[in-house]
Write a protein that binds this ligand. Structure first.
Ligand code: IMP
Length: 178
C-alpha cells in the first residue's frame, strides 16, 4: 500500500485489508453469539456500507436476513430542517431483532434522525454495528453496540467510503493527507 491520488487529493494507507477482515470477523462472531436464535434482520445503509455489510454477513454463523436501504435527506417544508427518509425497506420490523449496519458514524446526524423511524415500528431490539466512528466529530449521541474502529477526525477513503464518488472499491482504508 502506498500514497494514492483520487481527484485532487492524496490519501495514505490507514487500515489494511487484513486488519479490516480480522476485526470484522470478531464483530460477526460477537453478534452471532449475542443474537443466537433470534434470526435478526440486518439493515445495511447504502451506499457506503455495502462492503462492510457483505463481509459481516458472510462471517455470521447464525440464521439471519439482510435488507438494503438508502437514506435520502431533504429540507422539510416546515421548520424541521433536514428530514431523513429511507427507500427500500419492505420488511415489517414489529417484534424483530434488527441490526443496523453503517460504514461510519461521523456527526451521528443521519442515524439520529433515522433511528426514531425504525423505533416507531416497535422492533423487539434495535442494535447498531458500525465499522468506524470519529468521536471528535460526534454531535449526536448514537449508541453503537458493535464498533470496528474508533478513528481521528480525518477524512477516510476506501472499503465503501468515497471521495466524490471514487475510491469505494479499495479493499483497504486510506486517510486524507493534509
Ligand atoms: P453523519 O450523519 O455525519 O454521521 O454521516 C454519516 C455519513 O457520512 C456516512 O455514512 C458516510 O457516508 C459519510 N462520511 C462521514 N465521514 C466520512 C469519511 O471520512 N469518508 C467518507 N464518507 C464519510
Amino acid at each position: 500500500m502506498s500514497v494514492i491520488q483520487v481527484h485532487d487529493k492524496k490519501f495514505q494507507p490507514y487500515i489494511n485489508a487484513v486488519e479490516l477482515q480480522q476485526r470484522i470477523r470478531e464483530l460477526a462472531a460477537e453478534i452471532s453469539k449475542d443474537l443466537q436464535g433470534e434470526r435478526p434482520l440486518f439493515i445495511a445503509i447504502l451506499n457506503g456500507s455495502f462492503m462492510f455489510a457483505a463481509d459481516v454477513f458472510k462471517y455470521l454463523t447464525i440464521e439471519a436476513e439482510i435488507s438494503f436501504i438508502k437514506l435520502v435527506s431533504y429540507k422539510g417544508t416546515k421548520s424541521t430542517g433536514n428530514v431523513v427518509t429511507s427507500i427500500g425497506l419492505d420488511e415489517d420490523l414489529y417484534g424483530r431483532t434488527v441490526v443496523i449496519l453503517e460504514d461510519i458514524v461521523d456527526t451521528g446526524k443521519t442515524l439520529s434522525q433515522f433511528l426514531p423511524q425504525l423505533e416507531h415500528q416497535q422492533p423487539k431490539k434495535l442494535v447498531i454495528a458500525a465499522l468506524l466512528t470519529k468521536p471528535e466529530a460526534l454531535q449526536y449521541k448514537i449508541p453503537i453496540d458493535y464498533l470496528g474502529f474508533s478513528v481521528p477526525n480525518k477524512f477516510l477513503l476506501g472499503y465503501g467510503l468515497d471521495y466524490d464518488g471514487l475510491g469505494r472499491n479499495l479493499p483497504e482504508i486510506y486517510q486524507l493527507v493534509e
